[in-house]
Design a binder for this molecule. Structure first.
Ligand code: 2P0
Length: 321
């Protein structure tokens, strides 16, 4: 049986997506900028289902009943491949799933990459972006390595701002909890769009934050990138907090990690943080400071584990038949 496997990495947003312009098309209401992460990955294998007329999705060996993130990309791609095959899709993450570590982005991007190779369809980048976005609004950013811009004002075109070798920063992922989140990003961002009194301010400031981050990344200026990344992150968490009901993804461990980051910065280390829809704290830092940061955070907080990563590359097909 012919099967195809691809690997993609998660991405962490420095300028974030939180809120949709179009729910049916799953279109983000704003542009975003991200960093692809190497050590963490989703590996997805696909093959034709010969035993039943349905798609079957397994994540980390568990069959999923909810196929709502995979069917829209599949339909988009099957129009291009002109295949009406039913597929078995088996995806494995080497990191906790659904806990604010962008597993849906790397999962969907690895699926789209495997599909393209399996059916030999040689997609345009815009088709990859469209297929990924139908599955997860943050997934198109995982189609490229390095620092990535997804530009809402240019049909969500994804472009690489810098690659790893241009600015080889370290990424330390402080795992505060491995439990799946109670409110999915999809639900949470709809609640915020409908109820947060500062949601429009959040939309209005997006382009300014994008411009600031683009300058900071192109100049490789840590201080400027720290400034805009932390401002953007904290504003998103304010949007969440002012939603009704309020949404809180940070935990006590998250807060204590941030306090230690401030201390490390005061001691002269170059680092900044971002936090997504979960309690994990992602630290971006000068590799020279990684050891000291890991030692301090491990000693002073209750983090479960710190994953030491670098900047990652684009998805790839792997031979595993
Ligand atoms: C981001 N997040 O920009 C933001 C920051 C979470 C917080 O993109 O509904 O899983 O599938 O489009 O892509 C998470 O959103 O949501 C996300 P859907 P997705 O990384």
């Amino acid at each position: 049986m012919i099967q195809t496997t691809a690997i993609a990495h998660p991405n962490f947003a420095l300028v974030k997506y939180w809120g949709k312009k179009d729910i049916d098309q799953n279109m983000p209401a704003m542009s975003s900028i991200s960093l692809t992460v190497d050590s963490m990955q989703s590996k997805t294998k696909i093959y034709k289902n010969l035993s039943s007329k349905q798609h079957r999705l397994f994540i980390n060996g568990q069959e999923q009943q909810d196929l709502s993130k995979i069917v829209p990309p599949l339909k988009y791609l099957s129009k291009i491949s002109k295949s009406n095959d039913f597929l078995v899709i088996k995806s494995e993450n080497n990191f906790p799933t659904s806990s604010g570590l962008a597993s849906s982005a790397s999962g969907i991007a690895s699926f789209v990459t495997a599909y393209e190779a399996h059916y030999n369809i040689d997609l345009k980048m815009s088709d990859r972006v469209n297929a990924c976005m139908l599955g997860s609004g943050s997934a198109p950013r995982s189609l490229l390595g390095g620092f990535v811009l997804m530009d809402k004002n240019d049909s969500y075109r994804c472009s690489q701002i810098l690659k790893k070798s241009d600015w080889p920063l370290d990424i330390l992922i402080c795992i505060a909890s491995t439990k799946p989140k109670k409110i999915s990003s999809r639900e949470g961002m709809e609640i915020s769009r409908k109820t947060s009194p500062i949601y429009n301010d959040w939309l209005d400031i997006n382009q300014k934050h994008v411009n600031e981050a683009l300058v900071a990344i192109r100049e490789k200026n840590m201080l400027k990138l720290e400034n805009v990344t932390e401002k953007n992150c904290e504003l998103m968490h304010q949007v969440m907090k002012t939603s009704s009901p309020p949404i809180a993804y940070k935990s006590d461990v998250t807060i204590s990690c941030v306090a230690e980051i401030e201390n490390l910065r005061a001691a002269g280390h170059e680092l900044f943080y971002t936090i997504d829809a979960g309690p994990q704290v992602k630290i971006i830092c000068d590799p020279k400071s990684s050891k000291a940061i890991k030692e301090t955070i491990t000693e002073k907080t209750d983090v479960i584990e710190i994953v030491h990563a670098g900047i990652g590359g684009s998805p790839r097909v792997v031979n595993e038949n």
